[in-house]
Ligand binder design. Structure first.
Ligand SMILES: *Cc1c(COP(=O)(O)O)cnc(C)c1O
Length: 379
């Protein structure tokens, strides 16, 4: 089945009691049982909810996996993966990733005795030197937020398999329309469904998808035991969002490409970070593992002063100054003070994230209006 058809039909079947084509929002906390222990497979809504189950099935289908699990946020999904580990275990994580993931690892899980190594994964071989008998998990994100670096998922998966450690890929930026990490050998795919899957900036949610049944059982146990489940209304919204993922992503990619080239040709723009440029250091890997280059890009002005950067950030009219990404509307963001403020400055600068970096989430508006807006804002 082709992608569009799959996204529209993923997870949903007509409601058996009414034929409703859309999965109903089962806004209930519990289920009436016929007799003690005799029920219809639904006991309590933290463990089972039909709207959530439809969405979890959809998550699995769109990532070509067997099992999907939904969480109350992307970081809750990441948190669940970390709870597979025990004190003494070690994780190799990308040195360039979503600030909230870094904060969760350093501020929450380090104190439970888990050790993290932050490694530049633009060359997958760099992880080899950090693997030892305590290593349990490799955590990566590609393209990365906000520098748009690319990691070779297949190469990492080979190393992970060799050493019998799990590979988890945060696939938020690419979305399943552009990239399917399980097909490339990853063990777990993580999403902030808040972004492209939901697609309309109206819900916070996370997802995990996997093929291994025992991994699914462990993660389902963590999901129901720690309780970070999404409500049925939010599940409905994400189910609805997924139906138009392919159409939205096509436009995100088209607009992203045009704006990347526009910015690169602008005399006042410094560096443009976008993985679709043929001279991007990992362009060949991006082309191989992705079906397109997406709608995320970052750039700096030649004048890297905070005055110039701030002036631009507050001058756009169509691009809204806000955190988050992946919605239909275009957003402009200042990683150093907004999305990545939780990473210490020295750490950020060391990894190439300067104070003057500006990140764009290109929406699906008419691209002429977006370019016009950037033109007047850059001045
Ligand atoms: C937003 C985001 C997250 C966290 O997801 P929430 O839904 O905000 O909890 C994780 N990874 C990436 C790449 C993100 O952009």
């Amino acid at each position: 089945m082709k992608l569009g058809t799959k996204f529209i039909h993923a997870g949903v079947e007509p409601d058996p009691s009414t034929g409703a084509i859309m999965t109903p929002i089962f806004q209930t906390s519990t289920y009436v049982q016929e007799a003690p222990g005799k029920n219809k497979g639904y006991e309590y809504a933290r463990s089972q909810n039909p709207t959530r189950f439809a969405l979890e099935k959809a998550f699995a289908e769109i990532e070509n996996g067997k099992y999907g699990l939904a969480f109350s946020s992307g970081v809750a999904a990441t948190d669940a993966v970390m709870k597979l580990l025990q004190p003494g275990d070690e994780v190799i994580a990308a040195n360039d990733m979503y600030g909230g993931t870094y904060r969760l690892f350093t501020k929450v899980f380090e104190k439970f005795g888990i050790k993290f190594h932050y490694v530049n994964m633009q060359d997958a071989n760099n992880v080899k030197g950090y693997i030892n008998s305590n290593t349990k998990l490799i955590w990566t994100e590609t393209p990365t937020n906000p520098l748009m670096n690319i990691t070779d998922i297949e190469a990492l998966a080979v190393i992970a398999k060799q050493h019998k450690v799990w590979l988890c890929v945060d696939n938020t930026f690419a979305s399943p329309y552009l990239q399917n990490p399980l097909d490339l050998g990853a063990d777990i795919v993580m999403h902030s469904a808040t972004k492209y899957l939901g697609g309309h900036s109206d819900v916070i949610q996370g997802a995990l998808v996997m093929n291994d049944e025992s991994l699914r059982d462990q993660l389902y146990f963590i999901q129901k035991s720690t309780g970070a489940v999404p409500g049925p209304q939010d599940c409905f919204l994400v189910l609805r969002g997924i139906k138009t993922l392919h159409v939205r992503m096509q436009r995100h990619c088209e607009n992203g490409e045009k704006i990347a080239h526009y910015l690169r040709s602008h005399p006042k723009v410094g560096k443009v970070y976008w993985c679709g440029f043929e001279d991007h250091p990992n362009y060949e890997i991006a082309k191989r593992q992705m079906r397109g280059f997406g709608g995320m890009l970052s750039f700096t002005l030649k004048d890297e002063s905070m005055e110039a950067t701030n002036k631009l950030l507050s001058s756009t009219k169509v691009f809204a100054l806000a955190e988050s990404l992946g919605g239909v509307e275009s957003l402009i963001n200042h990683p150093a003070t907004m999305t990545h403020a939780s990473i210490p400055r020295e750490e950020r600068i060391k990894n190439g994230l300067s104070d003057s970096l500006i990140r764009l989430s290109i929406g699906i508006e008419d691209v002429e209006d977006l370019i016009e807006d950037l033109k007047q804002a850059i001045g």
